[in-house]
Design a protein around this ligand. Structure first.
Ligand SMILES: *Cc1c(COP(=O)(O)O)cnc(C)c1O
Length: 386
């Protein structure tokens, strides 16, 4: 019988090394490999493949219930590899609240190469359907979105995608495979910025695409090797070491964020809070249905966005925080705070920002795994000063 997530995350791809029995597998920090005869080898060159990378790909594929995965040098390299599956003249449907970097890649680079796009609200199948064209090949969604925490129904999108012969892609960075496994809901591809929860220690940039479709996996490995946006063996090793605590970390992120969200909901300084774990979230029922830990318990992750009316209040709040650090990125053990309008989402056009409600007063919290009492004290004290 298949082992449980908490066991696989530690052991999958981590068979102790043969020569000395080292429990922590050594890093294959090499660019090339000795061949026994002409073209007789297991690995030939580390851009094409490396044992440390393969181990991590095996591990993550197992966590996402895929049959394989391809690691890339960043989350953006993973998304860009996915979009490279398309040909010039083809069309993609995505959410206008997709990750800012993905928006920029499609809007500023792929559009020059003949890839067409329709930006819609992917929480609505009707909107997706009305954007469908004869040349549509792919749907790219993110759920929950960053930073508005808007959900898309993965199962419904995947079914729509299947019945129209499209490739469905889910950016699962915010939930991690511990809390959401899109392939089990019918998605064709899952992408992650492994920089975030999967590595979880704010010290490696990386990305991955997972699937159980052998033909797509073969193409993704071909793109990985041909384009060359591969992670170093050392980065793969660090990520492999960090992923072992993914289940423990995600539980702690989720627990802390839930407690903080409940308290913020009652703070009059906060105009609005976006967290799928609150009953007040418009898609709370969907969150309870599709965001599940491996035992089937609903989970909502560690990301919270709050509306503080205007940029002056947002700035004052951030300046008065002592534990939450002002920085881009998310999903690390340490709590971070970010001002999306000027930081992560500065590349979104003003009209798109206002359309999705991403105002200048919006602040995003990446709740870490510190003691929740200290985090609450920090937030409450900073709020009391605005
Ligand atoms: C950070 C992030 C990315 C991009 O990943 P990088 O590792 O920074 O290239 C893509 N999607 C989401 C949801 C992210 O948060």
């Amino acid at each position: 019988m298949k082992k449980k997530f908490e066991t696989r995350v530690i052991h999958e791809g981590q068979i102790p090394e043969k020569e000395f029995g080292s429990i922590s597998k050594p890093i294959y920090q090499t660019s090339t490999f000795k061949q026994n005869d002409f073209a007789e080898y297991i690995y030939d060159y580390s851009r094409a493949g490396n044992p440390t990378r393969t181990d991590l790909e095996t591990n993550i594929a197992s966590l996402e219930e895929g049959t394989g995965s391809a690691m890339y040098a960043s989350g953006m390299a993973a998304i860009s590899a996915t979009l490279t599956l398309l040909k010039s003249g083809e069309h993609i449907i995505s959410n206008y609240n997709v990750y800012g970097g993905a928006f920029r890649l499609i809007d500023k680079i792929l559009s020059n190469m003949g890839i067409q796009v329709s930006w819609v609200d992917t929480s609505s199948i009707d909107q997706i359907e009305s954007a469908l064209k004869n040349n549509t090949r792919m749907i790219l969604i993110e759920t929950p979105t960053n930073p508005m925490m808007q959900l898309a129904d993965i199962k419904a999108v995947s079914e729509f995608s299947k019945s129209n012969n499209l490739i469905s892609v889910v950016d699962n960075t915010f939930m991690s495979p511990y809390f959401q496994r899109p392939l089990t809901l019918g998605a064709d591809l899952v992408v992650h910025s492994t920089t975030k929860y999967i590595n979880g220690h704010s010290d490696v940039i990386g990305g991955v695409v997972v699937s159980k479709n052998e033909s797509l996996l073969e193409q993704l490995h071909f793109i990985q090797m041909s384009v060359g946006a591969v992670p170093s063996p050392f980065d793969c090793w660090l990520t492999q070491r960090s992923i072992k605590t993914l289940a423990l970390r995600m539980k702690a992120h989720n627990k802390n964020a839930m407690l903080i969200a409940r308290e913020l909901e009652n703070n009059t300084k906060v105009d609005r809070i976006y967290y799928p774990g609150l009953e007040s979230h418009p898609q709370h029922d969907l969150a309870k249905k599709q965001q599940l830990d491996p035992d089937g318990n609903p989970a909502f992750g560690g990301m919270i966005s709050i509306e503080l009316s205007n940029i002056e209040k947002a700035r004052k709040f951030v300046k008065n925080l002592k534990i939450f650090i002002l920085a881009e990125s998310l999903g690390g053990v340490e709590s971070l705070v970010c001002h999306p309008a000027s930081m992560t989402h500065a590349s979104l056009p003003e009209e798109v920002r206002s359309k999705i409600g991403l105002s200048d007063g919006l602040v995003r919290l990446s709740v870490g795994v510190e003691h929740v009492d200290d985090l609450l004290k920090d937030i409450n004290s900073a709020l009391s000063k605005i």
